[in-house]
Write a protein that binds this ligand. Structure first.
Ligand code: FE2
Ligand code: FE2
Length: 512
């Protein structure tokens, strides 16, 4: 049986012998390189072919020539591998043939139109707008008695029930353990009491500053004794679904530039989108028509003290350039919607404008990649998707005892924000610009509420709204360890818009 030369490894004297038999010689460096390589025979044949093709016939195999032959072979192999991949995957994504149905709700993407500078009047206007937009939701849920303006409470008979609606202006517990909070509407302030023995005490402690609520109670001298507390809530409704079999995938908190960014795993996710996964993964990937990206796409510069020690890319433009290169890999039929987070290079105060063109210009030719503000509402295949990075989560968990452990169950915080119909109720809990309009109010209940920031995945179906925290693609940092957080990197939620089924894929394992 003939030996196949290309699989033979030769030692140096065998290489010299082989060449001599062909009336050829080689530079010592070329001989040393050839010897011991598994493809030595193949390279010798290529060298021989090249020498015989040389004008006038060459007989000296140089190291430079050998390097060229090796490079040429590698190019051939890569091309062959690419063909094999295409043939092997046989990936025919159904979503490619489905027309895109994406649009943005103008009101929310208007966060670029900052019209206020943070003066006293802006502050008053901001809260007036918040009250004006949330109070009607509570009035619509009024009890039979209707809503009494706070300024008219004085005329309510002592002991007679009433409902008031206002912004929580103050909240404290007295030395005796009673809960006192002040509720303010456009014309008056009511001092409300929940006595320490009241069954309402636990509920009362969940009230947070600056939110708009309704309180049922009775007038008792100068106090309004609370009997019931009502949040604007989410009405019970049926889950809305799309009429075509497409899916949306959700990611957040990539932190490109951080030495903890899990780039290999992220690239594995990108290959999954391209159909380079198992049969079942291909089935899931092929339906993805939308990819939502909820902020912290880069790690940024100077976001927290000594951050530079945790950066591998210290140039903010380069961080966005790497992010752009990754986004370019996404198949062009997938619509990508990107909002910023607190690590991104836009103002940190919410509402945040979309990423500036100076950071995204290399994606300008990619019509499937869209940049919106934080928060933003997009409509995908008729379903509304509320995107919010999630900066308020820390202050909400801190100030509401019912959300203890919320870092591990961020979906509970998401539900809590929906119930309050506001994305960041506590003014000053995280930076907010007092715009003339409060863009953080949730006027309409979304079909999907997507957020990130806490680096922990969480999911819930709340009264017909799919609540999704999409975790992170950053590994656990020392800071998070100190804080006692347990992130869940590289978990990808994929939500089928027609069936309402949620599939979570893990890319945590080291890539193949
Ligand atoms: Fe983050
Ligand atoms: Fe964040």
């Amino acid at each position: 049986m003939a030996r196949r030369l290309q699989w033979i490894a030769l030692n140096e004297s065998e290489v010299v012998e082989w060449l001599r038999a062909k009336a050829l010689v080689a530079e010592p460096a070329a001989v040393a390189e050839l010897a011991g390589r598994g493809d030595c025979g193949d390279l010798l044949e290529r060298v021989e072919k090249r020498l015989s093709a040389a004008p006038g016939g060459g007989f000296v195999a140089t190291k430079k020539m050998l390097d060229e032959v090796v490079a040429e072979k590698e190019v051939e192999q890569r091309a062959a591998a690419a063909v094999v991949v295409v043939e092997a995957t046989g990936f025919k994504p159904a979503a490619r043939d489905v027309a895109s149905r994406l649009r943005f709700r103008d009101e929310w993407s208007a966060s670029t139109r900052s019209g206020c500078g943070g003066g006293v009047n802006d502050f008053v206007g901001y809260f007036r707008d918040r009250f004006k937009r949330i109070a009607p939701i509570l009035r619509a849920r009024a009890s039979e008695a209707g809503v009494t303006p706070i300024s008219k409470l004085k005329s309510v008979v002592q002991g007679r029930g009433a409902r008031i609606v206002g912004i929580v202006a103050d909240k404290r517990e007295t030395k005796n353990g009673h809960l006192i909070f002040e509720l303010e509407d456009e014309e008056g302030i009511a001092v409300c009491l929940v006595s320490k023995d009241s069954p309402l005490m636990q509920t009362g402690r969940q009230i947070v500053l600056d939110e708009v609520i309704a309180v049922d109670g009775v007038v008792s001298n100068s106090l309004f004794v609370a009997k019931n507390i009502v949040w604007p809530e989410v009405p019970i409704r049926e889950k809305r679904l799309a009429d075509e079999d497409v899916a949306a995938a959700f990611i957040s908190d990539l932190h490109v530039g951080s030495r903890f960014f899990l780039q290999d795993q992220f690239q594995k996710f990108l290959r999954f989108l391209k159909g380079e996964g198992s049969e079942s993964e291909k089935e899931v990937a092929g339906k993805i028509k939308y990819l939502f990206v909820a902020g912290d796409v880069v790690d940024g510069i100077g976001v927290y003290p000594s951050q530079e020690k945790e950066l591998v890319t210290k140039d903010i433009y380069m961080q966005y350039e790497i992010f752009a290169e990754l986004m370019k890999i996404i198949p062009e039929y997938i619509e990508v919607i990107v909002i910023p987070g607190n690590h991104d290079a836009v103002r940190v105060a919410e509402p945040q404008p979309p990423l500036l063109p100076e950071f995204t210009k290399s994606l300008s030719g990619y019509s499937n990649i869209h940049f919106a503000g934080n928060p933003a509402v997009a409509e995908a295949h008729g379903l509304s998707v509320l995107m919010y990075h999630g900066s308020s989560l820390f202050s909400m968990i801190e100030n509401n005892p019912a959300l203890a452990g919320g870092f591990q169950n961020p979906e509970k915080v998401g539900i809590d924000l929906l119930r309050r119909r506001h994305l960041s109720p506590i003014y000053g809990g995280n930076p907010v610009v007092p715009e003339c309009r409060d863009y953080l109010v949730i006027p309409d209940i979304p079909d999907i509420f997507h957020f990130g920031h806490v680096h922990k995945n969480g999911y819930a179906d709340y009264r017909g709204t799919m609540v999704i925290n999409s975790g992170t693609w950053q590994d656990v940092t020392e800071y998070q360890v100190k804080q006692g957080h347990v992130p869940s990197p590289c978990q990808l939620p994929v939500y089928n818009l027609r069936t309402g089924g949620l599939n979570v894929l893990s890319f945590k394992e080291a890539p193949a």
